[in-house]
Design a protein around this ligand. Sequence first.
Ligand code: XLS
Ligand code: NI
Ligand code: NI
Length: 438
Amino acid sequence: MSNFFSNIPQVTYEGKDSKNPFAFKFYDAEKVIMGKKMKEHLPFAMAWWHNLCAAGTDMFGRDTADKSFGAEKGTMEHAKAKVDAGFEFMQKLGIEYFCFHDVDLVPEAEDIKETNKRLDEITDYMLEKMKETGIKCLWGTANMFSNPRFMSGAGSTCSADVFCFAAAQTKKALELTVKLGGKGYVFWGGREGYETLLNTDVKFEQENIARLMKMAVAYGRSIGFKGDFYIEPKPKEPMKHQYDFDSATAIGFLKQHGLDKDFKINIEANHATLAGHTFEHELRISAINGMLGSIDANQGDYLLGWDTDEFPTDVYTATYCMLEVLRAGGLTGGFNFDAKNRRSSNTVEDMFHAFIMAMDTYALGLINAAKIIEDGRLDAFIKEKYQSFESEIGQKILNDQTSLEELAAHAEKLGSTKEPKSGRQEYLNSIINAILFG
Ligand code: XLS
Ligand code: NI
Ligand code: NI
């Protein structure tokens, strides 16, 4: 076991009165809520890219954090040091899963054959660590947006050769995901979109993305991948128009191309708000379509119009998220912290503070959501709101046993009618506050 974090103690639950900065105040892994342990409700995952690779570089300045982990960057020694550091980090926090892109793991070589060799080597090493620690892979993916060859997209590229590189990376990343026992495989289409219609054949590009996904399903299943494929919707950034705008758009696309049996949605909180939706809206749309798969648990900033990938601190949002997750019967995937420290929080301690805060936020969300469900007033209100559909005419509508003519005759008989029941939004908000803070 490495000790990059020797000055950080094992992080355990100490309760809300604890002043220990390296203890959970709300996340109590073994505590049972609604019949399941907290750690089962909340399979947390570490994002390899943010936690072990990103070091604070932004458009205006270079790295502020040291993520060398004692090795020279760009070497396989560094790749291994990241594995050591990553597993030590996850163990200290009791995080049971990680997520990765292919090129998070190793320095990308000029020649794809060499990159693949490096990937084989590093995943052998990761497998050893996984056996030692019991830590598992939540999902894998291929980074098909950083390399300049993907400047005009991966599946949506205008170059048949580049399309082959996208296929090669997808193939390899699927093999690695299977090798590491990943539960899911993600497509986040960062460059799958366009800037202007003046140079873009949208239909052509979308059909090619579907072709790539179909081949991925066929190959994945042929090598024993039993998990879910995911689309991770995002409306924009880096592209102006991204094809996977939001959950509803992605679900429509999957159904159109017959991919809906193999795919679910990986919903990122920050992407939801960029699409002009609440996080819980995206979760609900996926859930009612049977496609609530996994979550990238971060948050954005309402003052900023891009993917700030902040660690989640908003307890209301976490509560509404967990309400959706509990009502849907849980996730088949998990909660990946696709989040990074702020640029000026640049120490090892900050890495831990971020995860402790984020895990506590979701623990609070879970505790609150369970209270709301157990309280029952919200569910009872919604049930009552639609009660008129229990009437004779309501039942006819629900059972598709009527027609516009019959309904029109019914309306005419009524002549005029009262408006529907009040939505009582403010009253319901006050119930939520009373449950959260009472
Ligand atoms: C970028 C995405 C990305 C995916 C994985 O905005 O969130 O990090 O989660 O490719
Ligand atoms: Ni993400
Ligand atoms: Ni994102």
